[in-house]
Design a protein around this ligand. Structure first.
Ligand code: PEP
Ligand code: MG
Length: 907
């Protein structure tokens, strides 16, 4: 790294080297501090060490670039000048905080050190400056405790769990007969400092560093090191944040919220992050340091009470927050400290929010003319829309629970929605229970960043302590989990594995229900109902006018429809699924897997007869039994979808999937069918394949047994002709699976067309229809031009195309794929998000070749990727006409398609 590279960006006194646009280099927190300083908001001075330094540090065996030291000293010098204090000075010492700050916020995952610069000399200066020995020694002992944990790793030197310094503190408190830190005097705290240092020396074998510069370099190293601690890695994996980004380090002058009763610290949101309501919203603690709020150690007070205690600072805070929201045009999440009545801002960032809040804030901001519709569409993560479809508690069930006296208590409604599950107390247990298929509620006194995987595994999270901005609440909201925080009546006993409220006790494994919209906690299970959106759209049990949530959702969908180019269809096999899809605004069926209908009721009997038949005549007899049933299904779907296209695929899976596997099942079936056990078993054996996915399936079945395709085509066209006669205008698209050559499609198409002609003639009507193919084999992509001679549409079957392109069995990959993703051999699961370089490249070839033959060849995708937001964006880029996904992902796909269109315009 050249000597002249700028490794440090300073801010303070209204001037800043950086700005909001430098997130990549300064991290989110750093960029926010620089921007706030620039626009005249009171921010304590400081400097940011760039993310480039972090990258260098990891690329060079934990060494810093040569130029860093001098630049740190110079930057500290600038801070000293602004504040008139000196680092390490015994008279008037400059104290600093050292904090991490990645490009994307990773709440609580990395490390922080506060009050750095204190030692036996500078603590005297702090006493002189504040005239408050108790405060000075409290800051000193907090600093040592934090430093010992974060920099010296003292917990790990003991047993990884207990904090030996916390034990010393508890002993001291008990000796004073008190429970709180506030029961300790200045002399107690001074003794604690000495006791801490002695303990550190005995555990670490060396003195606690007295030199503030040693302290500073220790803290910088620890913060950089925390980028790669387990929980930060886990968090990045969960949120797909690249490990290569690195963190910035912010060194900033300390301001104190714990100097006395005209001091406070808190966090605020410019709007409600749980439901999106436009109200100033936050929490604070009088006489406390910032970490106390997030750590959930004391439950903070609602911000509405701040005005009564410190009216001037509260007005200033409101003013600053309003101007920040206006400046960024986005809901802000801020951290502040009030020192001796003066407000200081320590952070501003885009506030994390639930899906409910995301939709409401985006729509409200359009109506308030803060942003336009396009911006609103880009503000919501498509997957967040899932939360709007989640169940809520049945009101009657809840009332009954109240009547039965099952309400245990009320906490804060930190993450909306309803969750019922079994009580577990530890994150790792939540993960294990989930693996066993259990639904669990993770119940904790408070959560910490170590609990992240358990929180992810749980249906909901319940804490006894902590506010709306505690770690649990923050992370739950981001994950879209149901969460009730700070339910203080709960007594959680981890060792006894019980949760108690007065006389009621719940043990691990007992059922509990939490309402994250009201904060209520109930004993036992409560029935749930579909979400408001589903009640309006599907059951009609709620009037659209009565649901603000629905109205806002509908508005957003309309805006998405106005800008997207990509069509959105649905994969649906039955009329009821088609109805759901239609209600969500699906523009057609992109895949109807006909074989799914074969399993219903007694149809399987006819299917088996068809498979077991010895000759064509026998097969035809069995198929004749299936015909009316298939016809009925197709008619149902075609009728529901009106004039919209309905893509119906001919039989795809290998036939043995319809036969029993085990001897006892074969015996049973043989009896039912009146054939001998041996005959049936031999047939099963004959049909067995080593690689069924590459075996006798797809169009190969229709080639071997044309009468199957014939029957299915007949069912489709009879259904369509009947609807035509009823004055309707159905639009079937018949799709042939697993085609690898023009000839295969040609043969199947002849059958379909002959049946179509004969049936239309018999009914005396004309039906619009297309015959096309799935593109799900690499060969099909390479000869797509030839296939397009025959095909009137292509639909990419990216499930099979992924397995055949990567040579990766979709049924077996689960065993090793996670390791591949974890170790970076694959960026993500290619069955979830399209592998752009491989599968994507094949798709591009197929599109280009296909279009050489038919300029307007209709092209879509019906693999699972059609509901994955990133894959939808890719499908837009490569010029597909539509994506097809499961009914409940239609809204997600529409929003993702709108975002892709907007992204294209912007770039
Ligand atoms: C596909 O392969 O992507 C597809 C949609 O078909 P199936 O999943 O039924 O094989
Ligand atoms: Mg397939």
């Amino acid at each position: 790294m050249p000597h002249t590279t700028k490794l440090i960006y300073s801010f303070g006194n209204g001037k800043a080297d950086g700005h909001a646009g430098k997130r990549e280099l300064l991290g989110g927190k750093g960029a926010g501090l620089h921007e706030m300083t620039r626009i005249g908001i009171p921010v304590p001075p400081g400097f940011t060490i760039t993310t480039e330094v972090c990258k260098y540090y990891y690329d060079h065996h934990h060494r810093y670039p040569n130029a860093l030291k001098a630049q740190v000293v110079a930057a500290l010098g600038r801070m000293e000048k602004i504040l008139g204090r000196r680092f390490g000075d015994g008279e008037n010492p400059l104290l600093v905080s050292v904090r991490s700050g990645a490009r994307e916020s990773m709440p609580g995952m990395m490390d922080t050190v506060l009050n750095l610069g204190l030692n036996d000399r500078t603590v005297q200066g702090l006493i002189r400056r504040t005239n408050n020995p108790r405060f000075a020694f409290d800051s000193y002992r907090r600093f040592i405790q934090m430093y010992a944990d974060v920099v010296l790793g003292i917990k790990h030197k003991v047993d990884g769990r207990s904090d030996p310094l916390e034990t010393i503190l508890d002993r001291k408190k008990t000796a004073r007969g008190g429970r709180d830190d506030t029961d300790l005097t200045a002399a107690d705290l001074e003794q604690l400092v000495a006791a801490y240092k002695a303990e550190i020396k005995s555990i670490c074998g060396r003195e606690f560093p007295e030199d503030p510069f040693d302290q500073l370099w220790g803290a910088i190293g620890a913060v950089l090191g925390s980028w790669n601690n387990d929980r930060a890695i886990a968090y990045r994996e969960l949120y797909r944040i690249p490990h290569s980004w690195g963190t910035a380090v912010n060194v900033q002058a300390m301001v104190f919220g714990n100097l006395g009763n005209d001091c406070a610290t808190g966090v605020a949101f410019t709007r409600d992050p749980a439901n999106g309501e436009k109200r100033f919203y936050g929490e604070f603690l009088i006489n406390a340091q910032g970490e106390d709020v997030v750590a959930g150690i004391r439950t903070p007070k609602p911000i509405s009470e701040l005005g009564q205690i410190m009216p001037k600072a509260e007005r200033e805070l409101q003013r600053v927050c309003r101007s920040l929201e206006k400046h960024y045009g986005e809901m802000q999440d801020v951290e502040f400290t009030i020192e001796d009545g003066k407000l200081w801002m320590l952070q501003t960032r885009t506030g994390k929010r639930t899906g409910f809040a995301a939709v409401r804030i985006a729509v409200d901001m359009v109506e308030e003319r803060i942003i336009d519709k396009k911006e609103a569409l880009q503000r919501i993560e498509p997957d967040q829309l899932n939360q709007l479809l989640r169940p809520i508690f049945d009101q009657n069930g809840k009332e009954q629970a109240h009547k039965d006296g099952r309400l245990l208590g009320k906490g804060l409604p930190a993450g909306p929605g309803a969750a019922t599950g079994r009580v577990v107390f530890h994150a790792d247990e939540a993960v294990q229970w989930k693996k066993r298929g259990e639904r669990v509620i993770l119940c904790r006194v408070e959560t910490s960043p170590d609990d992240i995987r358990g929180m992810d595994a749980a249906q909901g999270i319940l804490t006894a302590r902590g506010g709306m901005t505690s770690h649990a609440a923050l992370v739950a909201r981001q994950m879209g989990k149901v969460c009730v925080a700070g339910c203080e009546v709960l007594h959680i006993d981890y060792s006894g594995r019980t949760l108690r409220v007065d006389q009621s006790e719940l043990k691990e494994g007992d059922w509990i229900s939490i309402d994250g919209s009201t904060g209520e906690v109930f004993k036992g299970e409560i029935q749930t109902l579909p979400s408001e959106v589903l009640q309006v759209l599907l059951s009609g049990s709620l009037d659209a006018k009565k649901s603000r949530l629905y109205q806002q959702f509908a508005k957003l969908m309309k805006w998405a429809d106005d800008v997207r180019r990509l069509g959105v269809r649905t994969n649906a096999d039955q009329p009821d699924q088609a109805a759901i899809a239609k209600a969500f605004g699906s523009e057609g069926i992109g895949l109807c897997r006909t074989e799914h209908m074969f399993f219903q009721g007694d149809r399987i009997q006819a299917v088996r007869e068809m498979i077991l038949a010895d000759d064509e005549a026998g097969r035809r007899r069995a198929l004749a039994k299936l015909l009316p049933m298939q016809k009925q299904d197709f008619k149902g779907i075609l009728e529901i979808m009106g004039e919209l296209p309905v893509t119906i695929r001919t039989l795809d899976p290998p036939l043995h999937e319809f036969l029993p596997k085990h001897d006892d099942e074969i015996v049973e079936l043989a009896q039912a069918m009146g054939v001998s056990f041996e005959v049936l078993r031999d047939k099963v054996t004959v049909l067995q394949e080593f690689n069924p996915m590459l075996g006798h399936r797809g169009c190969r079945l229709g080639i071997s047994y044309p009468e199957i395709t014939e029957m299915q085509a007949q069912a489709i066209f009879e259904a369509a002709c009947e609807l035509r006669r009823e004055g309707k205008n159905p639009f079937p698209e018949i799709m042939i699976p697993l085609v690898g050559s023009r000839q295969e499609l040609h043969e199947q198409k002849i059958i379909v067309r002959q049946v179509a002609a004969a049936t239309q003639k018999a009914y005396g009507v004309k039906v619009r229809y297309l015959v096309g193919t799935m593109i799900e084999l690499p060969r099909a992509c390479m000869v797509a031009d030839e296939i397009a001679d025959e095909a009137e549409f292509f639909s990419f079957g990216t499930n099979d195309l992924t397995q055949t392109c990567l040579g990766l069995s979709r049924d077996d990959a689960g065993k090793f794929l996670p390791t591949y993703v974890l170790n970076g051999l694959l960026p993500e699961d290619p069955f979830v998000s399209i592998d752009r370089e491989g599968v994507g490249a094949l798709m591009r070839i197929a599109i280009a070749k296909g279009r050489t033959k038919r300029k307007n060849l209709e092209m879509g995708i019906c693999g699972e990727h059609g509901g994955d937001a990133k894959s939808v964006a890719f499908c837009h880029q490569i010029g597909l006409d539509y994506v097809s996904c499961s009914p409940y992902r239609v809204a997600i796909a529409k929003l993702a398609a709108a975002q892709a269109a907007l992204h294209e315009k912007n770039h």
